[in-house]
Design a protein around this ligand. Structure first.
Ligand code: ADP
Length: 398
């Protein structure tokens, strides 16, 4: 039985999922991750219909990306004996200005993607470490790069340019947009669930630890709240989101902060964590009765609604919103806060449906509609990988 393996290699973790190559849908056969690569590596995984397993990687929890991929291979061989990995799909944060589709991985592509490291220094090198490790472990298995930026590559100059001297755009300083695999997956689900809305003007709100919005018209990205980096747009777990660049000039000039201090501040100490002083996790904020926690949630909701307004302007209309990501899928309170402020767009929230987390959470009578759809970026990577390798039809026919 052939399987597709998806890998998402981050700075301190490698996440993986396994899918039956013959099935386009249905749950993953197994999912798992190795956390704490830099410090103390813990392997957590679950094969379908079995108990979750959790163990320390030997020896003594020490592991780099190569050891992590090697451990995933060992686990697959021991738990899913008799099945073979026929293709591997990698989540790659940055495909640069050119790549609008997933691509087969070869030495030239790896070098090209390595050259994009300055555009995503916190993610791209780790993504590529995962690729190199997987190619060493599975030298004869075709591998595919799936880019988080690809879904947004159809934007014109006026959408992606910053109002700084034009040569910077040509040097690559432009809005790229991220979370593309999630948006592409959700757009596909919406086509099945609500084809009329899917053909119209839709805002997809991917609200997770990382959070962004995408304006989608007829299934294609028109604009995104994330820009040159995954820092822009909404406030996130620990990232600031949109910020007046004058604040950065002030922090450099008056507080003596250098690029390292600013990077840590904007990526790791800001967002929900920085504003609340409590936690980066929306669940902790919702469970707290502190004023800071309440204000942080209100700020998150207000910023989300203001940004939705800006994307509705880019779309020149609005037919539906889809909530996804950890917060979007699970927090009825955040969804309600957002929907209550979007009545001006013709939305009427159905509070009971929202509390239950139904797929449709707007009242049947209103002009626009609201949905909750669980995202599945790994499934999207697996689909792309089968298509790019030409295994999609063959595996299904087998
Ligand atoms: P990532 O961007 O890392 O993939 P997720 O999409 O998994 O993150 O979202 C993680 C976030 O989702 C958590 O930090 C938490 O704030 C939020 N979350 C998960 N479950 C709930 C819940 N039941 N209520 C509120 N927030 C939740």
């Amino acid at each position: 039985m052939p399987m597709v393996l998806t890998l998402n290699a981050g700075s301190s973790s490698v996440k993986f999922a396994l899918f039956d190559a013959a099935l386009d849908d249905g749950p993953a056969m197994a999912t798992g991750q190795i956390d704490g690569l830099a410090s103390h590596a813990i392997f957590t995984a679950r094969a379908a219909a079995t108990e979750k397993e959790c163990f320390e990687l030997s020896p003594a929890g020490r592991a780099d990306h190569v050891r992590a991929v090697n451990a995933i291979l060992e686990w697959i061989e021991s738990r899913l004996a008799g099945r073979s990995v026929v293709a591997i799909g990698h989540r790659i944060v940055h495909g640069g200005p050119r790549h609008a589709t997933p691509l087969p991985i070869d030495d030239n592509l790896i070098e090209e993607l390595r050259a994009l490291t300055p555009l995503a220094p916190l993610h791209q090198p780790h993504n590529l470490q995962g690729v190199v490790a997987a190619r060493a472990e599975f030298p004869h298995v075709p591998q595919v790069a799936c880019f988080d930026t690809a879904f947004h590559r159809g934007h014109p100059f006026v959408t992606d340019a910053f109002a700084i001297p034009r040569h910077f755009y040509h040097e690559g300083v432009r809005r790229y947009g991220f979370h593309g695999l999630s948006y592409e997956y959700i757009a596909g689900c919406l086509r099945r669930i609500a084809p009329v809305e899917a053909a119209g003007k839709v805002i997809i709100a991917h609200l997770g630890n990382g959070a962004s919005l995408c304006a989608v018209r007829d299934g294609r990205s028109i604009a995104s709240s994330m820009g040159f980096t995954a820092l822009d747009g909404l406030p996130m777990g620990t990232r600031c989101g949109q910020i007046d660049p004058g604040v950065l000039l002030y922090l450099m000039a008056e507080k003596g902060m250098d690029v390292h201090a600013l990077t840590d501040l904007l990526y790791n100490q800001s967002g929900l964590k920085g504003l609340s002083g409590l936690s980066s996790d929306m669940r902790d904020l919702q469970a707290s009765d502190s004023r800071e926690a309440r204000e942080t949630i209100d700020h998150f909701i207000l910023r989300t609604c203001r940004k939705i307004g800006s994307l509705v302007a880019a779309l020149e209309g609005f037919d539906a919103i889809v909530f996804t990501g950890g917060i979007g899928e699970n927090s009825a309170a955040v969804r309600k806060g957002v929907l209550d402020r979007l009545r001006w767009l013709g939305l009427e929230p159905d509070d009971e449906a929202n509390e239950r987390g139904d797929t449709v959470i707007s009242s049947p009578a209103c002009r626009a509609r609201a949905f909750v759809i669980k995202t599945d970026e790994e499934r999207m990577i697996a689909r792309h990988t089968l298509e790019v390798t030409g295994l999609a039809g063959r595996s299904r026919a087998a």
